[in-house]
Design a binder for this molecule. Structure first.
Ligand code: GN1
Ligand code: MG
Length: 358
């Protein structure tokens, strides 16, 4: 691993990398400065099976972090190094290093005195809304087609449904027959759930740069509990603002778990919904009327998309998501479907909250 670190333009003396247990996709290590007051680093092996275009991925991250840094500077912000991630290039100026064995590595400067949170409260949800709203706003004037899709069609529901149809047609592990109710629930919503893609084709719904993984644990907070920096930029790519709003609500405004085996636990937490929306709308000032109007739809879209993705993986025999027990992807599917049904029930309440707050 010394040899890997040696490839990067790290100016100060550092200790050996120590593995960090975060995230399921990349392998992460912390690289501490040997002397106090000097920079420490965050080393990652990029999962190039999931991110097959590492060059495009790293260029995305560079463009986004450069753009945000410029915005922060223009706004006269201080402490900018803690408010945006910084990639450390290799000694020959590349954004990643590929080993002779074909492993891809990258290095970020470590942001000190910052931590992430797993749980949300109404107070932290409002701050999270501000943080993701600010992030989207900072990127609103970066043309969406400047970035590539680091995972092609990642949040394209038409593509995800096609993948499901292919999985069902193959039925390679014979799981389809027992899932008629799920297939029916997915099919009956197909047309409605492809609305955003249709509106885009008709020129009525714009694309912007999105984070595409807006879980609360992708925000770093300072010791006083204020959000300082958005991290995990791997899926930052063009898409609908509905993605980021919807995925936060899918993961945070659910009284149950993403894989809750007890469907009775699953309801929409409207307090969290309202708090996040308040924070988000404060900063997402670039939203058009149609985008604002579609935000409750965005919540349903992301729950539906996750239902389709978990179910596809179940039908395929669990090849994408790590599972903890054999029926895990089926349990996840049912839990996400229930969340969708619950969101359908409170759609009007969501709209009323948005109208009141905007
Ligand atoms: C994956 O690994 P994690 O939790 O960051 C997935 C998301 C899904 C999520 C479901 C690259 O994210 O899109 O919403 O699982 N990320 C990728 O919990 O597929
Ligand atoms: Mg992630």
């Amino acid at each position: 691993m010394k040899n890997i670190l040696n490839q990067f333009a790290i100016p100060n003396e550092v200790a050996d990398p120590k593995p960090l247990k975060i995230g399921f996709i990349n392998d992460s290590f912390i690289v501490r400065a040997k002397h106090e007051g000097e920079k420490s680093y965050f080393l990652q092996r990029i999962n190039h099976h999931i991110f097959q275009n590492v060059e495009g991925l790293q260029q995305n991250i560079r463009k986004v972090t450069d753009h945000i840094r410029r915005k922060l500077t223009e706004a006269g912000e201080t402490d900018i190094d803690r408010k945006v991630l910084e990639l450390v290039p290799t000694k020959d100026g590349k954004l990643y290093y590929c080993t002779p064995e074909g492993d891809y590595w990258r290095v970020y400067v470590l942001i000190e005195n910052a931590h992430s949170q797993e749980k949300v409260t109404p107070a932290s949800a409002e701050l999270a809304g501000e943080a993701f709203g600010r992030f989207q706003c900072q990127l609103a004037d970066l043309p969406f087609d400047e970035l590539c899709e680091s995972i092609p069609n990642f949040h394209n529901i038409e593509f995800r449904l096609k993948q499901l149809d292919e999985a069902l047609a193959a039925d390679s592990v014979g799981r389809k027959a027992a899932c008629a109710d799920i297939i029916e629930a997915i099919n009956s919503r197909r047309e409605d759930m492809c609305l955003a893609e249709r509106l885009f084709r008709e020129g009525k719904l714009p694309k912007h740069i999105n984070h595409c993984d807006t879980k609360v644990n992708n925000i770093l907070f300072d010791d006083a509990g204020r959000p300082i920096c958005i991290v995990d930029l791997d899926t930052v790519m063009p898409g609908f603002v509905l993605s980021d709003f919807g995925d936060f609500m899918r993961t945070a405004a659910n009284t149950g778990l993403e894989d809750d085996p007890n469907l009775e636990n699953i309801h929409v937490d409207l307090q969290i919904f309202e708090a996040y929306t308040r924070g988000y709308l404060k900063h997402a000032t670039f939203l058009s009327d149609i985008e604002k109007e579609l935000l409750p739809y965005g919540c349903r879209l992301l729950s539906y998309m996750q239902t389709v993705r978990f179910f596809t993986d179940y039908i395929n025999g669990d090849t994408y998501y790590k599972i903890q027990y054999p029926e895990h992807n089926l349990v996840r599917t049912r839990a996400q479907l229930r969340l969708l049904e619950e969101q359908e029930k409170v759609a009007d309440q969501m709209t009323a909250i948005i109208n009141r707050l905007s």
